[in-house]
Design a protein around this ligand. Sequence first.
Ligand code: GDG
Length: 757
Amino acid sequence: MPSASSSPGGHQLVVVANRLPVDSRTLPDGATEWVTSPGGLVTAMESVMRTVDSGAWVGWGGSPGDAPDPFEADGMSLYPVQLDQQDIERYYEGFSNGTLWPLYHDVIVGPEFHRGWWDTYQSANRRFAKTAAQVAAVGGTIWVHDYQLQLVPQMIRETRSDVRIGFFNHIPFPAVELFSQLPKRNSVLRGLLGADLIGFQRESDSLNFVAAVRRLLGYQVEGKTIFVPGLGAAPVREVQVQTFPISIDSTAVSALTEDPEIRERAAQLRRDLGDPEKVVLGVDRLDYTKGIRHRLKAFGELLDDGLIDPHGTVMIQVATPSRERVEAYRQLRDEVELIVGRINGEHAPIGRPAVSYQHHSFDRRDMTALFMAADVVLVTALRDGMNLVAKEYVASRPDLHGVLVLSEFAGAADELRAAVLVNPHDIDELKAAILRSLAMPPEEQEEAMRSLRHQVMEHDVQHWAHQFLESLTASGAPEDEATRVVRLSGDAPSDPAQLEETLREFTAVPRLLIASDFDGVLAPIVSDRDAVQPDQQALAALRELSELPGVAVALISGRALADLDSLTAMPSSVVLVGSHGAEVGALPPWMQAEVLDKSVLSMTPQKEQLLAGITSTLRRIARAHPGTEVETKPTAAVLHTRNAKGRGAINATESALEYATTLPDVTVTPGKEVVEFAVVHTSKGVAIDALSRASAADAWLYLGDDVTDESVFARLGGDDVGVKVGGGDTAAHLRIPDTEAARDLLRRLLELRGEQS
Ligand code: GDG
């Protein structure tokens, strides 16, 4: 066996998948033979890896026990990972295929949860991650595949923060209500969020994932960008979530149909079946997600009803053996074979079947011959990430004959709109679709097939991989964004001497911007937000500061601008920013208005409409929870829960956050007894950036008490000062206990700066 020629610097692209693209077999003389292994992922990736220089693949070779040494195959380096019998039982058959697979496929069968399976899932994931981290080049790219390896991205990141990490999930990602059942669900989410880019097959999968992160981890989400908070001094990371529908090597599949020998095999197949008028085909791994029983039931009933003549129409069902040691799969095999036996017993003419059932695998050429021989292909998956068989059939029909019946629950249904789309759970609908397909006139077949081919030939697997890798290269946080950290925890106020020293240094800087949040800093939090009592001395200090040379003053609040204005009665020398940055008040003449990017204020008619819908839903939630109320702002709606009775505040917040999961383009910010839904993507941090540029400040100081103020502290630069009012984790450098301390601090600033002017 040749050894893998990993260049000393490692591989530029490393694919990590549960399986290597080859299977090991032990020959009678004890030597190892490697043969290409079947399966959706392998089919998809092998053509891509051939086009990459210095590519590697990390995966399991298919046999329990010691891993063979790394070796070369088809121009790439393969690194086998060891899985022993217990790993296979707990990590692969257990947590991957007994827990995750059914759960992610909408619990078509019940998932099993066992704590031992989880432990082994973790240790096996660590082995894959370790190998990948060892062989990737500095600054290289690691692409992790599928549900068996969801912890790998984070595990790689722990040791290799220099590499770009992508993850692609080949199977669906379930709705948050189902995903929530998963024990260790948050660990799985955090594992995935180690990646820079997470790809899914369908838009609905991407949205489900983002919703789960928002709901279960509470991370900030903007559109499909997730902001993952750093631990300790680590900065916030941006993780992109995107949809990349996988495809096939369309040209290669289509080209096989030109091969005279394969054409002859297709013709021979029909002759072997007794030259029926119509051949109906199903090709699947024998898996309960594929809807094989539903399809056989429909076909069997059509025979029972006399609507299909078994002398004229034959069905072939290829059911490739799969996961045969998992109980649900054994049961499925028994059931399918019982149904096929019954149908053949009742309907097969002597000497040939009504349903030709093939429980073994075929080579790729035979598979193409089957597709070429089939008048109708049935893809009736109850849930399927994509389903490559549907695309392979289309690619195998350059003659434009044949009909694809396609389940709307397969990812492929999003793209292959010209197929006969069905709900496979509705057996009557499925029967009608089969009859319609069998009777479809050639012109209609051609028209549909032309459209399907356009889609499949244009969007092949090379295009898919290229798109994913391009997005991965573009992902990752731009450096100037990656600054949010947790600098202080707990609630101990900063040392007064340190505070004094910092204020002295700050006030010595030539041009200053002093900015503050309002509620909780300049006014104690009260239950009736309209009855808020600003600290007049604090406001007076700010007014006076704003009149000093070289000092700009701003208030940045979540409150609506008009509200902030009437509560603070600030002179025109103080800039007011409301609605978390979405509303900016009148600017003093010296401030460079053109620098302030007011584009964040732009409300489109669609956003107006979205906001109206959100407001009415929040009002409904508020009506159901007495004491809660809804505030409307120009670009946002806010649910306030501080006056709710009993568990009302918690229940209303939960309802609001659940509703938030249905709104991918809305920035939802939970704060202290408030949840804000903003249709314009801005933040106090965006506002401080704009203000400091517009005032040409050399340094700024900001006082804030709330989670929404962290977006400001995240941007603290060299001479800037962040002051957190109250307890809790914060990226600010300094902490003071309350609004009184805030007032003292402002007055001290006034004194120190006043001394200089
Ligand atoms: C997962 C997701 C997603 C099957 N039997 C034989 C054989 N096959 C080939 C088919 C096809 C592949 O295996 C199966 O791909 P599918 O997409 O249908 O399904 P999964 O294996 O469940 O794959 C799926 C896929 O990953 C890719 O992301 O589409 O949703 O579940 O290519 O033709 N190939 C050969 N002999 C067989 O007997 N040669």
